[in-house]
Design a protein around this ligand. Structure first.
Ligand SMILES: Cc1cc2nc3c(=O)[nH]c(=O)nc-3n(C[C@H](O)[C@H](O)[C@H](O)COP(=O)(O)OP(=O)(O)OC[C@H]3O[C@@H](n4cnc5c(N)ncnc54)[C@H](O)[C@@H]3O)c2cc1C
Length: 424
């Protein structure tokens, strides 16, 4: 009897369909992505456009899109499998997939029937690649401080502002942009609105891509909007619901996506290290025979098991419609921390040999540094978790007061309504 390729640790989270997807993702990563990695690494200033087309060919941008709109309707565990398995081979490829899946979540949760009917089939077949643009150069992750604003001129919204670090900035066809529409002094939870803005629209411009520390091939750059006109049918959700759009898609899609990227990188760092210390000669054996090295390796093994369980447990809860915002947040924060600790151990156990340009661990370590900031930095995750723990209610309207997104949007998390007249 052939054994499944998936680790037994995850058995309770994975159906036979998940196992088949896991193998398909591994085959794809080995055949289509691995041969591209060296080229992407050697040209950090170049944006890779082929990987998105290859992913589109598999229809993986539609992993959470309902079948009624041409998607896979496969859910959040399936999405994690795709990102996680790609990240083992290339953090950049996983980032390309995950960055465009976050706005898909926003569209699924807040789009109306016409927007779903028009856009979801194109998202599912990869002909429309999305991005989400929330962060700003000066205010960073502080959504309430954003300066981008849209004004109603009687016929259309007119949007002006600058967004920073937008994932897939150079290859996205359609941006979900969150901007201020409320009057000065309005509460953040009512002052913002999300818009669907085509990338080729007059007034939209992307800065030249420059190389970053990691994720070579993936673009996450600044996009400017200069008096961009947006008709009312391009508002995503209600006017004044932009905070909800940004925050819910970050919690329900962004957090688990980044957790999956961290997990893939983490596993590769551990595997490379076990291979290295097991083969590097020392005295009459190898480095792996030394107790002190073995001890460190044992810690690495424990951490990666923990990271796997955290990542899959949280998205399994989401697929099952359970309240799990805190699990998603904790998995993202801890997933990065555990990976970063493994990255440090891996680099130190390789000593000088990991420092050479082109050595795989050097790339993995650089890529690991990029998963701290997106979808909530560590500070932000800990703040949210502490608020929940302390049940801080002295700031009405704060997230701690809200029904968790995983509960509020449970019916939409996996399935958008194919027809608004059908019961959820
Ligand atoms: C690979 C990558 C992909 C990204 N993709 C996208 C995307 O698709 N769309 C998008 O809109 N953005 C994206 N981002 C941006 C990301 O969301 C921001 O980097 C993040 O929100 C933090 O903003 P900042 O980096 O400007 O840091 P800042 O918000 O300026 O934070 C700086 C430091 O201050 C700390 N800090 C901030 N606020 C608090 C607080 N209230 N309490 C305690 N400490 C605090 C932070 O934790 C951090 O350590 C991406 C970033 C990266 C690296």
């Amino acid at each position: 009897m052939s054994m499944p390729a998936t680790p037994a640790t995850l058995d309770r989270f994975l159906t036979p369909a998940h196992q088949a997807l896991w193998e398909a993702a591994d085959d794809f990563a080995a055949q289509e992505i691995a041969p591209r990695v060296d080229r992407m690494e050697s040209a950090p200033q170049r944006v890779d456009r082929k990987i998105a087309r290859l992913l589109a060919g598999r229809r993986w941008f539609g992993v959470t899109v309902p079948e009624a709109f041409g998607g896979m309707q496969a859910g959040q565990v399936a999405k994690t499998i795709l990102i996680h398995r790609l990240a083992r081979v290339s953090g950049a490829a996983a980032a390309i997939l995950q960055a465009s899946l976050i706005p898909v979540g926003a569209l699924l949760h807040y789009g109306d029937y016409d927007q779903h009917k028009t856009l979801l089939p194109a998202v599912a077949d990869g002909s429309v690649l999305m991005s989400i643009a929330v962060t700003e150069p000066d205010q960073g992750g502080h959504i309430g401080g954003m300066a981008s604003a849209a004004e109603w001129d009687g016929k259309a919204w007119v949007l002006t502002g600058v967004k920073a670090h937008v994932g897939n900035s150079h290859i996205a066809d359609l941006h979900v942009v969150v901007a201020r529409t409320g009057p000065a002094g309005a509460r953040t939870t009512q002052a913002l609105t999300a818009f669907l803005v085509p990338g080729d629209q007059r007034g939209v411009s992307v800065v030249r891509h420059t190389g970053k520390l990691g994720l070579h091939g993936f673009s996450f750059a600044q996009i400017s909007f200069d008096r961009v006109r947006i008709p009312p049918d391009r508002v995503l959700g209600e006017v004044g619901q932009g905070f909800d759009v940004a925050q819910s898609s970050s919690v329900l899609y962004g957090r688990p996506n980044l957790t999956a990227v961290s997990l893939g990188l983490h596993e590769t760092a551990v595997a490379l290290t076990a291979q290295y210390v097991g083969a590097r000669p020392r005295y009459k054996g190898t480095l792996a025979d030394l107790g002190v090295v073995r001890n460190r390796l044992g810690q690495m093994a424990a951490r990666v098991i923990m990271a796997r369980i955290l990542a899959y447990h949280a998205v399994d809860m989401l697929d099952r419609g359970l309240s799990c915002d805190e699990e998603l947040i904790a998995a993202k924060g801890l997933g990065h921390e555990l990976a970063a600790e493994a990255g440090r151990d891996a680099m130190e156990l390789h000593a000088a040999n990991a420092l050479d340009d082109g050595y795989p661990l050097e790339r993995v370590w650089r890529d690991m540094q990029t998963t701290y900031a997106p979808a909530g930095t560590g500070e932000v995750q800990r703040l949210r978790l502490a608020q929940g723990l302390l049940r801080e209610h002295d700031h009405p309207g704060d997230e701690a007061d809200r029904t968790p997104w995983s509960v509020l949007l449970a019916d939409h998390t996996r399935h958008a309504r194919a027809d608004p007249t059908t019961a959820l």
